[in-house]
Design a protein. Structure first.
Length: 296
């Protein structure tokens, strides 16, 4: 009897650990190693789209399972580092492709590939952030556009309502995971705030500043109101958030850089995803590192 009870407790403990890792993987989308954050992200995605919600969950499980099967470092797995790029791939597939059986197969393969790419960068101590997601999604879109165009979804018309800077900021949080509903954005903001209040507030400020600058550069107002010019800024601000004045300077630099990259990519017809965030963060980290070496 005692043996059965211990076995049951052990199973429950392992199940709780696996669920925690999956949720942390979702939380790491915005660099938060927090299960509650991940859960709220999942709720926000499901609120915006049931299909995307299931895709995000499946992709996170597949990415994490790939890491387990390939015997990657358990500490890294437990932090959710192999779940977030995979999750974004899953949501992106359901945004760009029709939700057919082939699309679900692509979610599985794409999320596994994202996890392997994440491992490639981790082993070389390169801060990849969401770059594996970007690479995998670009590959999927290239193949689909050139060889399987029947898989591509017809873009649904999005309606932008009258908005203000604050709601634009919250929508930018939503657009990090391809959600354009204000409620989803609010849930994502609260999710980050629970884990790191300063990161959430910097993210909101970064999104608002980015939207204002985009407006000055005559970006389409409907796109600004949907948060399309702020979501990369959210991620940049979260990376450099801190309680020092210099942290705010690095946040501002990365936000401006990400917007510049975003405007260029849109002008030349590239699918930007979170690449402006990745490139702006790499540049800012390089400059920060050089400045610190000069100071020493």
């Amino acid at each position: 009897m005692t043996q059965k009870l211990n076995s049951k407790n052990s199973l429950l403990s392992k199940s709780a650990t696996v669920i925690s890792v999956i949720l942390k993987g979702l939380g790491q989308i915005m660099l938060q190693e927090n299960s509650i954050t991940g859960l709220l992200f999942l709720v926000g995605i499901f609120y915006g789209s049931l299909t995307m919600g299931f895709a995000a969950l499946l992709a996170t499980v597949c990415g994490t399972a790939t890491a387990y099967l390939l015997k990657y470092d358990k500490t890294e797995i437990n932090k959710g580092l192999y779940g977030f790029s995979a999750a974004l791939v899953g949501v992106a597939v359901m945004l760009f492709l029709k939700p057919t059986l082939w699309a679900w197969a692509i979610v599985v393969v794409g999320s596994a590939l994202a996890a392997m790419l994440q491992h490639f960068f981790i082993k070389r101590k390169i801060p990849a952030f969401t770059f594996p997601f970007v690479l995998v999604t670009w590959i999927i879109l290239f193949i689909s556009n050139n060889f399987f165009s029947d898989l591509l979804a017809t873009p649904a018309p999005t309606v932008a309502h009258l908005s203000d800077s604050l709601s634009d900021g919250f929508k930018s949080f939503g657009q990090v995971i391809f959600q354009n509903k204000l409620v989803s954005g609010l849930l994502f903001f609260v999710a980050v705030f629970i884990s790191s209040p300063i990161a959430a507030l910097y993210g909101l400020a970064g999104a608002i500043v980015s939207a204002i600058i985009a407006f000055e550069f005559s970006a389409p107002i409907d796109d600004i109101n949907l948060g399309l010019y702020g979501f990369n800024a959210v991620l940049c601000a979260i990376v450099f958030a801190g309680d020092q004045v210099r942290d705010g300077i690095w946040v501002m630099l990365s936000v401006v850089l990400s917007l510049g990259v975003s405007l260029l990519m849109i002008k030349f017809g590239f699918v930007q995803l979170t690449f402006p965030f990745v490139l702006a963060t790499w540049i800012t980290l390089f400059l920060k590192s050089r400045l610190q070496k000069t100071s020493k």
